[in-house]
Ligand binder design. Structure first.
Ligand code: NAD
Length: 282
């Protein structure tokens, strides 16, 4: 049984990015620059943005933070995106989701120049991924694939189950696995008999947002489990803790390899954002 160390894998990827950034700068080019737009004061978003800014500092990427009030008009946010698109000193643009209700996330994402869309959420990049063409891949599934490749040299022919069909995790994850020639099933809230689907999978990627939905007894012995879920739960003693979408303690008894929560997919997501920003800088 292997507990997949996402923290260590992420540190390695950040070190690779840092070395490439340092080489660029030594060659007389400017450091890559990432503009991070945070709207409102959602506490979870605040934590994510802080972690992204910290990773930029560690890799030598310049981060430019734009904070807008929760009541900002959509037109003002779109104008900021336009200005960042036009700014030659900005390589990557990230608008932290969720946005307040008056700002339409689809419209805002579509306003981002696809060449600066380091989150990979723009329809052009989503379309390129669906077509198997190079483009920016969303950071969470990209990180999951890296972790999977650390366990499986070759994913061809593997039975892979992706639980969740969101545009930021489930769908792009499935597209990446198809690209690796896995046999891919996507399960979602309307799927019938999730335990049976899990039971035949060599690879399970859970991106649901339901604490410990996937039980250890459902897993095929030896399966590789990537747990994307981040769920805050309150224990019997009233203390808060984070759990994934997979019952970790049960899964380690059956799986061949499993990611912990926290310390699995989360750190890889941010490291992949750094990698995408480096690529955006060209
Ligand atoms: P989402 O709410 O957009 O999508 C959840 C998906 O789960 C939906 O497609 C839905 O159909 C499916 N689903 C719901 N109930 C189900 C059930 N009972 N059986 C099967 N499928 C079911 O969520 P998301 O944005 O994809 O995020 C999923 C989880 O991953 C959340 O916990 C989120 O916090 C976490 N997340 C983590 C990272 C990271 O970096 N680690 C990044 C993004 C999201």
């Amino acid at each position: 049984m292997q507990i997949i160390d996402g923290k260590a894998a992420a540190a390695l990827l950040r070190a690779e990015v840092a070395a490439a950034v340092a080489a660029r700068v030594a060659g007389g080019r400017r450091a890559p620059a990432l503009a991070v737009v945070l709207v409102g004061d959602d506490p979870a978003s605040g934590v994510y943005v802080r972690n992204k800014v910290k990773a930029c500092a560690e890799t030598g990427i310049r981060s430019i933070e734009h904070r807008l009030g929760a009541g900002v008009a959509e037109a003002e946010l779109l104008a900021l995106v336009e200005a960042l698109n036009a700014d030659a000193d900005v390589d990557g643009i990230l608008v932290q989701l969720p946005l307040p209700p008056q700002c339409d996330a689809t419209r805002v994402i579509e306003a981002i120049d696809p060449a600066k869309d380091v989150d990979g959420f723009h329809p052009v990049n989503a379309g390129r991924l669906a077509l198997g063409l190079p483009g920016f891949v969303p950071c969470t599934p990209a990180g999951c694939l890296r972790l999977l490749k650390g366990v499986h040299a070759d994913l061809a022919g593997a039975e892979a189950l992706v639980i969740g069909r969101s545009t930021i995790v489930g769908r792009p994850m499935a597209a990446l696995l198809v690209g690796e020639s896995a046999t891919v099933t996507i399960a979602h809230s309307r799927s019938r008999d999730l335990p049976a689907l899990v039971g035949r999978a060599d690879i399970v990627v859970a991106a649901v947002g339901r604490p410990e939905l996937v039980r250890g007894s459902w897993l095929k012995p030896g399966a590789t489990v990537i747990d994307v879920g981040i769920n805050r739960v309150t224990g019997p003693d009233g203390s808060a803790r984070l759990v994934g979408d997979v019952a970790f303690v049960e899964a380690v008894e059956v799986a061949g390899a499993v990611t912990p929560v926290p310390g699995g997919v989360g750190p890889m997501t941010i490291a992949c954002l750094m990698e995408n920003t480096l690529r955006a800088a060209g």
